[in-house]
Each structure stands twice: as C-alpha cells, then as structure tokens.
Write a protein that binds this ligand. Sequence first.
Ligand SMILES: [Zn+2]
Ligand SMILES: [Zn+2]
Length: 361
Amino acid sequence: MRRGVITRESVLKTVAEHDELGREAFLSKYGFGEARAYVLVHEGREYDSKAIAGVAHKWDQERALAPSEFSGGKDHAAAWLKRLGFHVRAVKNPDWTRDEIILACDLVMNNEWKGLDVQSSQVIELSALLQLLPIHAEADRNEKFRNPNGVARKTFDIATRHPEYRGKPTNGGSLDVEVLNEFLARPDEMAEAARLIREGITSGEFQGLDLAGDEELDDDFSAAEGRLLMRRHLARERNKGLRKKKIDSVLRKGGSLACDACGFDFEEVYGERGAGYVECHHVVPLHEAGEGRTRLSDLALICANCHRMIHRRAPWPTPADLKVSIEQYKSEKRAGSAGIGQQRAATAERSSGPTPAPTRA
Ligand SMILES: [Zn+2]
Ligand SMILES: [Zn+2]
C-alpha cells in the first residue's frame, strides 16, 4: 500500500460512487466520519476530503485506505487532492492566535473597552491587515477568514470579558482573556507591541518569516507580545554577522565568552571544539525593539541552556535576572541539603547512640 498514490481519475470514480450511494451510506460503507477540517469542492458540491481520498485508493491500490491509516498531519488527504488539481476548502477557519488577538484588543482598548461594529472603519482595516499576516497557511483559510464580521465579533468577545463589563461574555476563549489581562496590566507596552506588529506587517518585514510551519515556536517559546515579534527577535540574535561582531568586540577588549547568566564557557568545557562559540540574546524587550539596527550593546552573551530557559516562559528574565535566580536556587538547595544532612545525623544518633556531629553545615 503506497499511501497518497492516487490519480485524478480514481478520485472522480470515487466521487461518482459517493453520488450514487448518498453521503451517509458512502461514509458508513467505508467507516469514515464527517470531514472536520477540509472538504473537496467539485462541480459545486462538497465532499468529505478524507473519505474521498481514502476510498480512491481502492482503484489504484489494492484496497481503500481506512480512516486510521491517515497518520500524521490532518491535511494529508487535502494535500493529495490538491496535488491532483482539485479544489479543497477548509471547513473551519483556524483559531485566533495571540498576535491577532493583540491587534483586536488594541482596537477595543482604544474604543474605551467597547466592541466595534462591523461597519466600523477600524474593523474593516484590521480585517484587511489580518489577511496579510503570515501566520495561517492559505490552505487553512476559507472565504470567511477574518472578514469584518469575524473581526467585529472578536472585539465583542474581548470587550465582554473586561472585568468591568456587566453582563454575559459573548464567547471567546482563554487566550482572549490572557491577552486582555496583559493589556490591563501593561497597557502602554502592549499597545506598543500592537503598533510594532502592524508596522512589521505593512512594511512587509514579516512576510519572509514562515510562521505557518514554524514548529520550533510551539512548545518551549512563549512571549506575551506574540509570535511575530518573537520571531523577529530570534532572527536578529541568530544573525551570524551580528554575532561575530559581538564576539570579536568582546575578545578585542580582552573579555571572555562566558555566559552572562551562569558563567559557562564553551571552550573551557569542549576545548578547541567550543572555542569562539557562544549564543547572543537580544536584551531589548520585544515591545521596544522596533525596526532599525541592533546595537552590539543590545546583545548579551549567553550559553545555549540559559538562552532556552530565558525564552521558555514569558516574561523573559534578563541574563542578570536569570543569574540572580540561579544563585538563589543554588543557595536554597544548599540550605535544603544541609537541613537533610542534619536530619539524617539526628536519626542516626537516635538509632545507634551518639555519633560525631556533622562536620559540614
Ligand atoms: Zn548559561
Ligand atoms: Zn534570545
């Protein structure tokens, strides 16, 4: 069985079988459920993309593909059908991401925390802007993607979650509330983040960032200011030329390449292999780092572990903050293990008579 090796002809034959049996009978015959993510649109009718692609296998392969055999991405069937020149449509638009909610929340804040109507010029403008955001792949969007209706609804979802709103919240999810709380706690910074996101989209700067397929940012990276600004932050600090300049300037001044937070020195541990290596972290907060050149003084030297820990959870500590917390944790642990040592000694004393007091506190 070679999954996905199907032809246009076999898909058309499957569509014909579907029309003959009727949708329900067709789906139950082959054990498929209703399409939740994508539908195949053919001659004005919609078909469950997974079922059609799966059953098409029976003409080209020895048998139809079972629903459980679509391992991996939810868009496998859609991709196969598209490759054969069929039109595939996303059933449901992707959930709003933090970046998008930041932009909507900014409108709501500027509107005295009230929702905006669908005819409002700001809603229409934001709708157009969101369509330019490189966060959601074209294939995942349908024709209603972030239309003025949806944008207006989102502004009410946010407004009705405001602590001073008296009434039932319309809808929306926990991410709306999270972003709203960021705006309430840090209004100026979040407004500035919204401004920078807009600036990045309209200048085209974000178009080169492939966020749709950016798996790296899924788990262990988070920022209150959203993915676009974070992606730009990472791109800046990974800029090889910039890193080299920073390293050269530190070495020229006779400094070492030890981590600013924990003191780890790659050369000291790895010898020749680690010589001249260290990562750079851009210390300017995301809501302040607009366009323009990165100064060398904006970069801190940081080891790979500490760097990961900084970006792991928002708000990001500075290398100096991280250094303090590493030292604090170390001394807490030392105090803790000294306590355990004394306890052990005390237990030993009770069970086997007098023993010398521990020499180390
Ligand atoms: Zn470190
Ligand atoms: Zn960094």
